[in-house]
Ligand binder design. Structure first.
Ligand code: FAD
Ligand code: NAG
Ligand code: NAG
Ligand code: NAG
Ligand code: NAG
Ligand code: NAG
Ligand code: NAG
Ligand code: NAG
Length: 564
């Protein structure tokens, strides 16, 4: 499966030996000097579940870990905790410190011979507060060869915010947020309303801020994903993206420390190459963003239609057939949203209530028919939300993703061409059903910027704009899975999405893609890859920043020793 590299378990001891000789061995006095340079804000990585091993399973600290083990907000507040826990472990050596996500109150993971080991949790973290901290870290990495990673919330599906034997820049505490009704990017002249956020601001913070300032911010469906990190730099899709654009379409300015230690402003009027790269080229690649300014829009009234029911294959097929038959029309009319087996959530910032009744008639009639037939839990809600924030609060209360699990994800964009003829639509529905049967939990995200043209200065693949769906599948494994079981889970996610790969163009969203995405440069960046690679070489010639399948990555770096 790991076609792009060839390490095996057998070669690992050699690899680790080489690592020890060639890189990442700063002396205690090096660490002391770094700690002084960052005003004492250097600290050691400690696995999230360590108190359960070190202090007793019923200790106060362990009880706190057990009760928040699958809570994304709790995890995102802790430097060394990650949302998908395999990225806290070394998958190749099985070193780690996990509880059982299916039952965090099960004590057996903490009993001998199991140990609590650091795995892929960075050895040290810097609690970043300013550009000088980052410049010091770059200098330290350059002189000591200690690998650097950037950790914001730890949501990355591909493990790009952790690495074994590394130093992490933790951006979580950069929490400033401000609204400028007439924001002028530095060196430019045109003004637009903008919200400036520190790199640690998360969507829950930003949406609450938007509500209290009577504005709309276009963001993701998860409250604890970061606004400025991997989400924004990799694309940033939202249920509003169809009509209001991706995150990268709406960013007005970045402030970023590049690997030469210089704090730069990147916008349409200066450092334009860096601005282009940060608008879709991926996080963790070109520099450390300390703040971003994103476009604020007036509040939007949302029409919403939510149909849900306890599903079986035939009712799911009916639901997805209705979505496919109306896919192009609904995209053109401004609808966005989500669907899984047994549910569709559709929102629209453009239509009136009456227009909604007409536009959504096939879905509403389907939902009402299921109710009349007495289908279990069938419900049809046609309603209106005064703002995106009120919709988000209603929606997130009920729909929280898997957190604290070991999980592989794979995804695919579905082109408008897949909706062209009745035969295409039927093939699409069959592929969706086959993928969902292979790994239950398939999610259709109607979050592509289909109705929102590019300004020609973003680096995400152009396939985003000709696609109607972004589809994700997941596959999980237990805390004590064997290496073969982990590989089987990655293969299962990949094989599931193959059902769509067979009928779609080469496109996937970099932030939510298969860890082993085939042909990843084309899939993530399309025709923009060559230019992105040049920009990477210009700003990071020494590979101080490097991450899995990121632009210009060095796949032989020891930082990837834990990928299997
Ligand atoms: C439950 C869940 C829901 C999601 N929902 C959505 C969604 O609705 N829409 C969507 O588009 N995506 C969504 N995603 C995907 C999400 O965008 C990515 O996981 C993204 O990488 C998270 O970025 P982060 O900064 O929060 O996380 P991290 O894991 O901390 O960082 C991700 C990457 O960005 C880099 N990075 C972080 N901060 C910086 C910085 N300041 N400067 C430079 N690089 C940085 C890191 O090095 C890493 O490579 C979701 C993910 C999860 C797990
Ligand atoms: C922890 O507490 C539970 C109930 O409160 C008890 O059943 C269990 O034996 C305790 N475990 C340990 C290791 O003390
Ligand atoms: C860079 O790091 C080296 C060794 O870690 C240190 O001696 C030097 O003072 C640092 N330079 C700057 C400009 O911080
Ligand atoms: C919110 O903004 C809208 C349009 O920008 C305006 O019409 C409305 O009066 C504002 N509401 C409040 C409470 O300020
Ligand atoms: C909306 O529909 C209702 C009922 O069909 C009708 O009475 C009303 O006039 C319509 N409103 C508009 C603005 O068209
Ligand atoms: C699925 O559910 C529908 C509605 O309850 C029912 O009519 C149908 O028989 C079920 N199909 C299967 C295969 O169970
Ligand atoms: C209805 O939904 C609830 C909550 O998801 C679930 O526990 C229950 O089993 C469902 N009822 C049926 C008959 O499927
Ligand atoms: C994993 O641990 C669980 C208990 O948490 C146990 O029931 C199961 O048999 C173990 N599986 C393997 C493969 O060891």
């Amino acid at each position: 499966m790991a076609s792009s590299h060839s390490w095996t378990l057998a070669s690992l001891p050699l690899l680790l030996a080489l690592t020890g000789l060639s890189a990442g061995k700063p002396s205690p006095s090096d660490w002391d000097a770094l700690n002084q340079a960052v005003q004492g804000r250097l600290f050691q990585g400690v696995p999230f579940a360590r108190p359960c091993f070190a202090e007793g399973f019923n200790s106060t600290d362990c009880l706190a870990v057990r009760s928040s083990y699958v809570d994304e907000v709790a995890r995102s507040n802790v430097a060394s905790a990650y949302i998908q826990t395999q990225w806290e472990t070394c998958q190749t050596t099985a070193e780690g410190c996990l509880l059982s996500w299916t039952n965090p109150n099960d004590m057996s993971p903490t009993l001998p011979p199991n140990q609590c080991l650091l795995g892929s949790v960075p050895q040290y973290f810097i609690d970043v507060r300013n550009a000088q901290d980052v410049a010091e870290a770059f200098n330290f990495s350059r002189t000591t060869k200690m690998p650097l990673v950037i950790k914001n919330t730890g949501h990355d599906y591909k493990g790009r915010s952790s690495a074994p034997n590394s130093l992490a820049l933790w951006t979580h505490n950069l929490k400033d947020i401000s609204y400028t009704p007439a924001f002028v990017p530095e060196g430019c002249s045109a003004a637009s309303p903008g919200v400036t956020v520190g790199a640690g601001v998360q969507w829950a913070d930003a949406y609450a801020f938007a509500e209290s300032n009577n504005i709309t911010l276009v963001g993701g469906s998860d409250r604890s994903v970061g606004v400025s990190g991997g989400w924004l730099q990799g694309g940033g899709h939202s249920a509003l993206s169809n009509t209001m654009g991706l995150g990268v379409d709406r960013v007005l300015q970045f402030k970023v420390v590049t690997p030469d230690g210089v704090y730069r402003t990147a916008n349409a009027c200066q450092n334009q190459d860096l601005f282009f790269a940060l608008r879709g080229g991926g996080g963790g690649t070109f520099g450390v963003v300390l703040e971003s300014t994103i476009l604020a829009s007036p509040p939007v009234t949302l029409q919403a239609v939510i149909v849900s029911f306890t599903s079986n294959t035939s009712t799911t097929q009916e639901l997805w057939t209705i979505l496919a038959e109306n896919g192009l029309k609904w995209a053109e009319e401004g609808w966005g949203g989500f669907s899984q087996a047994g549910i569709a959530i559709m929102i629209n910032p453009r239509l009136s209530q009456n227009e909604t009744a007409t536009s959504m008639a096939p879905l509403i009639e389907f939902g009402q028919r299921l109710q009349n037939e007495g289908v279990a839990n069938a419900s049809t809600v046609v309603t209106q939300f005064p703002t995106f924030g009120t919709f988000f609060n209603a929606f997130t209360a009920e729909h929280v993703s898997l957190v604290g699990t070991n999980m592989a994800e794979a995804s695919r964009m579905v082109s408008k061409d897949n909706f062209a003829t009745a035969a295409d639509r039927s093939a699409l529905v069959s592929a969706l059903l086959a993928a969902d049967a292979a790994t239950p939990g398939l999610l259709i995200l109607l979050t592509t910027p289909y109705s929102y043209p590019s300004d020609g200065q973003t680096s995400v693949t152009d396939a985003w704009r000709s696609s109607l769906y972004h589809v994700t599948v997941v596959s999980t494994w237990e805390w004590n899975a064997t290496g073969a079981q982990k590989k089987a889970a990655y293969s299962a996610a990949s094989a599931s999405i193959d059902n769509l790969r067979k009928i779609t163009p080469d496109a996937a969203y970099v932030n939510e893609s298969d860890v082993y995405e085939p042909n990843h440069e084309v899939a993530f960046w399309g025709t923009h890859y060559a230019k992105l690679l040049q920009i990477k070489q210009k700003y990071d010639p020494d590979h101080l920043l490097d991450c899995w399948h990121c632009v210009g990555w060095d796949s032989t770096s020891p930082r990837f020793a834990c990928y299997m």
